[in-house]
Write a protein of this length. Structure first.
Length: 224
């Protein structure tokens, strides 16, 4: 079994597995931080880095930092959507020179979320910060996927799940590959995908199928 987060190197290639939450500090099994990724790849003398992603996301700043670390490495980067590529996990995915979506994968966009308390001015300030962070994040989709900023903004505002085919159409993915997992794993993933998209058809503006807890938040701010 692969760890949630691990790097494996073979000859001139390295594989990175981001199968957990993207967080500033790695406290729990499966946590992935930008610092952890950067420390692991900075010494890699390889021609190709392959990044496998199945993550609900997490901290937007950490997602951006992982994106930048991968983009700065001289190796060619291939990213693979192995399951859910949601929220902040989209940024490491977008870092790929090639972005390969499994036929059983899903891609989730939403605006930056904040938590705030205090006076009305504090809440207005938090809302302004969330808008600013959302606009910054849109740039990666424009630059890497060639999307129009208004299109990205609309998808984020709609809290949108994309199929692999839709991710390819928008340019988020550059190709789709058949899932090579064992049949039992394929069946389980297919069931999850069906539930996700069935729910979206029935309730287009409902809450996403995964609870909006800390791992779904791109950005958190607490004003005391």
């Amino acid at each position: 079994m692969k760890k949630y987060y691990a790097i494996q190197q073979a000859e001139r290639q390295a594989d990175i597995y981001i199968f957990g939450d993207i967080v500033p500090f790695e406290f729990f099994e499966g946590d992935v931080s930008a610092n952890g990724i950067k420390d692991q790849i900075k010494g890699l003398d390889v021609d190709e880095i392959r990044v496998h992603i199945d993550s609900y996301g997490g901290s937007v700043s950490e997602g951006w930092a992982i994106y930048n670390a991968l983009r700065e490495h001289p190796a060619k980067v291939k990213t693979y959507g192995d399951g859910f590529v949601a929220s902040a996990a989209l940024y490491p995915f977008l870092a790929g020179d090639e972005r390969i979506a499994s036929s059983l994968s899903a891609y989730y966009l939403h605006q930056v979320m904040v938590s705030a308390e205090g006076y009305a001015s504090d809440l207005r300030s938090a809302a302004d910060e969330a808008d600013t962070m959302t606009e910054i994040g849109i740039n990666a989709f424009v630059e890497r996927a060639g999307m129009e900023a208004d299109t990205v903004r609309e998808l984020m505002q709609g809290e949108t799940w994309l199929t692999p085919a839709q991710a390819l159409e928008y340019g988020i993915a550059t190709s789709i590959t058949a899932d090579t997992a064992a049949p039992v794993v394929q069946a389980a993933k297919k069931t999850v995908m069906q539930k996700v998209f069935q729910k979206k058809r029935e309730e287009p503006r409902a809450e996403p199928p995964v609870p909006k807890n800390s791992i779904m938040k791109l950005f958190e701010r607490s004003t005391k």
